[in-house]
Design a protein around this ligand. Structure first.
Ligand code: GTP
Ligand code: MG
Length: 284
């Protein structure tokens, strides 16, 4: 049986997530050319085969946090995007890929890591970092050596850090066409390096929460508490535990898109978790 490797790609707006997914999968989704993001909802790419390993890979491209959502401005959008992602994640993932842009690393990268790696995935899914925009380093991996100290200090832990370029030159312009000749080589080198890392580090399939309700550490309630806490710190939301049962049910239906029976079951699990929980979020 050929197992499918499911990979969730996340990172700050405009870092090159869709460019990476397009290059790996051979798709042609729109990429952004401004600071404003273009990928607002998660997108599941058509699975493709990695010729070297014979494995099938499915990439899920998601909208990352941007300035507004990471700051103090209430941002329903951030929660909606996250909700959509959780809905699309029933199959689980084998690997997370965070994407950084070499030239613009901010506190947002740490926020994204905190949200996706720690809170959503509960640190149970291996994560690799793809750094885009390394075309000015020669070889591209030089960027990693130069920035080693950042990773030692930031507590961002990755199985591997891959320095890449997924840019495309505009072939209609003469400078663009000459650049494209170089970019095409770098994209190919990057594609191979990322595919090797995916097949090397992908682990068991892990869902964000245990739908059978047997693993209490992975319960829906705990996952919801972790994610809610992250949003609450930034978006002025009420404490989850204090929300009335009915308000929480309505939130799951209206914002997270659950159907009513699923929402009621989830809230019951959450309330049960709350009462059996001694102290929460102690590990991080
Ligand atoms: N110089 C350079 N540009 C890149 C690289 N990778 C992507 N880009 C460009 O960066 C811009 C944003 O790329 P996207 O792939 O849309 O980034 P994204 O993370 O999907 O963006 P959102 O969906 O808006 O969050 C595009 O113009 C890409 O061509 C790279 O390695 N180097
Ligand atoms: Mg995108």
């Amino acid at each position: 049986m050929t197992e499918k490797i499911r990979v969730l790609v996340f990172g700050t707006v405009g870092t090159g997530k869709t460019s990476l997914c397009n290059t790996l999968s051979g798709a042609d989704e729109a990429v952004s050319n401004q600071a404003r993001g273009v990928t607002f909802t998660s997108k599941v790419f058509k699975p493709f085969e990695d010729k070297e390993s014979g494995k099938s890979i499915e990439l899920v491209d998601t909208a990352g946090l941007n300035e507004a959502e990471s700051g103090n401005v209430p941002g329903q959008e951030a929660i909606k995007q996250l909700a959509q992602l959780l809905k699309n994640s029933e199959e689980g993932y084998n690997l997370l890929i965070q994407v950084f842009r070499a030239s613009s690393i901010t506190a947002l990268e740490i926020d994204n890591y905190d949200l996706f790696v720690k809170r959503v995935a509960n640190s149970r899914i291996p994560v690799i970092l793809v750094v885009t925009g390394c075309e000015l380093s020669d070889p591209m991996s030089e960027w990693r050596e130069k920035n080693r100290i950042y990773f030692e200090k930031s507590h961002l832990i990755y199985k591997d850090i891959i320095c890449t370029c997924f840019a495309k030159g505009d072939e209609r312009a003469s400078l663009g066409a000459s650049l494209e000749a170089i970019y095409a080589l770098l994209r190919e080198e990057s594609r191979r390096a990322v595919l090797t890392a995916i097949t090397t580090y992908a682990g068991e399939t892990v869902t964000f929460y245990d739908t059978t309700g047997q693993d209490s550490e992975m319960s829906f309630g705990k996952m919801l508490s972790r994610v809610w806490e992250f949003c609450r710190e930034r978006l002025n939301l009420p404490l989850l535990g204090e929300m009335a049962t009915e308000a929480l049910v309505q939130f799951l239906i209206n914002v997270l898109g659950f159907d009513e029976p699923a929402a009621r079951t989830a809230v019951n699990i959450f309330k049960r978790d709350q009462t059996s929980q001694t102290s929460s979020e102690e590990d991080w």
